[in-house]
Design a protein. Structure first.
Length: 460
């Protein structure tokens, strides 16, 4: 740091980086073993970690020599991170193990270092880069309609609804008249700083980990995902929860034609043919408007909408627009404004638990499940997860009851301080109106030009 500080070409940012690193290391109560350990500390990046490794090895830092090596390392890590779902930590671990390019991930020693969803992204990378046409999207939706209950309503969202001629992936919203329960926001959602609404990516319908019986008893996984696996449409799962499934699906052939089911299943096992990324989201029937709003606009639009709601002391999520009604300190009931029209039945249903188990499996059915939900996608990651996660299903009823009890406890704790009022969820237009905004049509909900950084480049 002293050399840099005294240099005629002094870089103030580099000096500050050295100062932050020194401060972080000084607070440790143990010695550093490597630069990799230093990377875990706030204020230390790959360049300083590289210099720490040199120091621990007793080597002098030579700019003419080591800057080239450091630049080569940065370039290799950045190239590895082009694989969707592969973060900086895994990329650095791969580089340290000798992997310097995406092509080398095919080698077993490097492939085994990847997580299951990273393996799937790698195996299907060439397919997932290719955009879908609107005709292909419509053909897939028609296929799904033929293989699930006619009671389901399917709406193509995201880029399709914004009138884009091509789609990076296919995002579908599913609604069912029997799926009505709207989960409440977290009790602390109304106290979060507005800065937490400004994440790098939206993730509607993502839920925290729930026990396996709950995941498998969802209407989405049982009435939609399972039949589509049996029909040979779904090839691999990247993630699943009671309200959301994401993975790899088969593309239709030329002219929207589909092969016979047996041939499709053989192609899926051999990874032949074309594939695309498919996202399925299941929303309560009465949350149509909020769900469409969350799944149509891009990241920046959704962030802007949530920030607008927070500015009005409300909370917007994929299930609705909410207002927290705090109880007065004297314990009396909070004042609730008189509605201009009768409250919707949906608002009453919003107090229901966050999920409802629609199925009651016997032990034989539970024992037949592997890690996930069986079908063609179980072995799509190269057999890495094959045979894992089988269970007898014993105690499944107790697990579900425990989950419901915990949910009831959370609701009771919330009731002590106040409750969530559902302002609007059924209509996009009424949500805009409640926020004091003019209605923005779907084709204009693309604020990608507001980003500070360009989107991640495709894999070469």
């Amino acid at each position: 740091m002293k050399e840099e500080d005294a240099s005629p070409l002094r870089n103030a940012y580099k000096v500050r980086s050295f100062q932050n690193a020194i401060k972080a290391i000084a607070q440790l109560d143990h010695d550093l073993a490597s630069g990799a350990d230093a990377l875990k500390l706030n204020g230390i990046g790959s360049s300083i970690a590289f210099r720490i490794d040199l120091f621990l090895e007793g080597k002098e830092y030579d700019p003419a020599k080591h800057d080239v090596a450091l630049e080569r390392r940065k370039h290799a890590v950045a190239n590895l991170r082009k694989l969707p779902g592969l973060g900086a930590t895994t990329a650095r671990q791969l580089y340290e193990a000798g992997c310097t390019s995406l092509a080398q991930l095919r080698e077993p020693r490097f492939f085994e270092m990847l997580l299951p969803h990273q393996r799937i992204n790698f195996l299907y990378a060439e397919h997932l880069e290719k955009p879908l046409t609107r005709a292909e999207a419509e053909s897939i939706v028609a296929f799904i309609h033929e293989h699930i209950s006619s009671k389901f309503e399917i709406i193509i969202t995201d880029a399709y609804r914004r009138d884009s001629p091509t789609l990076p992936h296919l995002s579908l919203l599913l609604l069912h008249p029997a799926h009505i329960h709207i989960p409440l926001p977290a009790p602390t959602a109304h106290t979060r700083p507005r800065s937490l609404l400004r994440g790098n990516a939206r993730n509607p319908f993502h839920t925290a980990y729930q026990r396996r019986p709950v995941r498998l008893a969802s209407r989405l996984l049982q009435d939609v995902v399972r039949p589509l696996e049996d029909a040979g449409l779904l090839a691999a799962a990247l993630g699943a929860s009671p309200a959301r499934w994401a993975g790899v699906a088969v593309r239709p052939g030329a002219g929207g034609r589909w092969k016979e089911v047996g041939e499709r299943l053989r192609d899926v096992r051999a990874r032949r043919g074309g594939y695309c990324r498919l996202e399925l989201s299941m929303a309560p029937w009465g949350a149509r408007g909020a769900a469409l709003l969350a799944l149509t606009g891009d990241v920046d639009f959704w962030r802007m909408m949530r920030d607008k709601a927070a500015g009005l002391d409300m909370h917007l999520n994929e299930y609705g627009l909410w207002r927290w009604q705090a109880k007065p300190r004297d314990g009396s009931a909070p004042h609730t404004p008189v509605a201009a029209e009768p409250a919707s039945e949906v608002q009453a249903k919003a107090r229901a638990p966050a999920y409802e188990c629609d199925y009651d499996f016997d032990d034989a059915e539970w024992a037949g499940y592997g890690n996930g939900y069986g079908g063609a996608s179980a072995g799509a990651s190269g057999g890495a997860s094959k045979g894992k996660g089988k269970g007898t299903g014993k105690g499944k009823g107790k697990d579900v009851e425990k989950d419901k009890a915990r949910g009831k406890e959370a609701e009771d704790a919330q009731e002590e301080n106040g409750y969530w009022e559902l302002v609007e969820s059924e209509s996009e237009e009424r949500i805009f109106d409640a926020l004091g905004m003019e209605y923005v049509p779907p084709e204009r909900r693309n604020f990608v030009f507001l980003r500070d950084k360009p989107p991640k480049k495709a894999i070469a």
